[in-house]
Design a protein around this ligand. Structure first.
Ligand SMILES: [Zn+2]
Length: 136
């Protein structure tokens, strides 16, 4: 599993990279304790107005994951609670799963809409993919 996240709090000065690294370490530990493997966490630290290539919905971090980890988007899923999370994955060929826990999003084209992250994972497993095995 690869986590790709916008963290403009860094660019806005609300959050240091060190604090974010601690949060990401904790996330990895908690998920690992439950049997989920986080292969990498990529984040955009920039302020939205910087116009960088890595802030979702731009595909920069997805392309980095493809290059660095050998992720094959054609057999991968993108999971998120907002259109901007899904869009870069969809544009690269991933199947999209909308987790409907965030603010209501209308007209989001997804292959599946799940009421929770757990249900998203169950649907993905039902499609014959183990989220615990990295695709390399
Ligand atoms: Zn960025």
């Amino acid at each position: 599993m690869v986590v790709i996240t916008n963290q403009s709090g860094v660019g806005r000065g609300y959050l240091t990279r060190e604090t974010l690294a601690a949060i990401h370490n904790k996330l990895g530990e908690e998920l690992g304790r439950r049997g989920a493997v986080v292969d990498a966490i990529y984040y955009c630290p920039h302020h939205p107005e910087e116009g960088c290539e890595c802030r979702k919905p731009r595909p920069g971090l997805f392309l980095t994951a493809i290059r660095e980890l050998g992720v094959d988007p054609e057999v991968s899923y993108v999971v998120g609670d907002r259109e901007r999370d899904l869009e870069p994955g969809k544009s690269l060929g991933c199947k999209a799963v909308l987790v409907n826990t965030g603010p209501p999003e209308v007209d989001v084209a997804a292959d599946f809409t799940a009421p929770s992250l757990l249900e998203a994972v169950r649907w993905i497993i039902g499609n014959g993919v183990s989220p615990e095995k990295p695709r390399r």
